[in-house]
Design a protein around this ligand. Structure first.
Ligand code: AMP
Ligand code: ZN
Length: 114
């Protein structure tokens, strides 16, 4: 999508601090980190939010979780644990209209969230 911030990051039109990339997804560090480790994993396909997951694209979500497991082991936070967050819609706190999965690690994360 031409005017989508994360599509522009995926295309390299806006710089990002890349963590990982494959044919289905792109991962980059969050510009306002909320934990010692905080990156985002986004599908390369423009999916606006979790409300748009369907039978055709749901395999990408499973792939994202698999990629996070791989990165957690490679980056060394698998054993201590981590959190994957997807904010959906206004009350969910979603501010960018391209589905993304926050990966937070490196500190004890509180619960419940704010
Ligand atoms: P959300 O509030 O769940 O929609 O998350 C959007 C996230 O994108 C926030 O944590 C922002 O800090 C992050 N963000 C916004 N612009 C950029 C950018 N240019 N590079 C990296 N992260 C960004
Ligand atoms: Zn997009």
């Amino acid at each position: 999508m031409s005017d989508c911030l994360f599509c522009k990051i995926i295309r390299g039109e806006i710089p990002s601090n890349k963590v990982y990339e494959d044919e289905l997804c792109y991962a980059f560090y969050d510009i306002e980190p909320q934990a010692p480790v905080h990156f985002l994993v986004v599908p390369k396909e423009h999916i606006a939010s979790a409300l748009e997951i369907n039978d055709e694209n749901s395999h990408i979500v499973g792939h994202v979780f698999k990629v996070v497991e791989k990165l957690a082991n490679e980056l060394g936070f698998a054993q201590d644990g981590y959190r994957i967050v997807n904010n959906c819609g206004k009350d969910g706190g979603q501010t960018v209209g391209h589905i993304h999965f926050h990966v937070l690690a490196g500190r004890n994360l509180g619960w419940p969230p704010g």
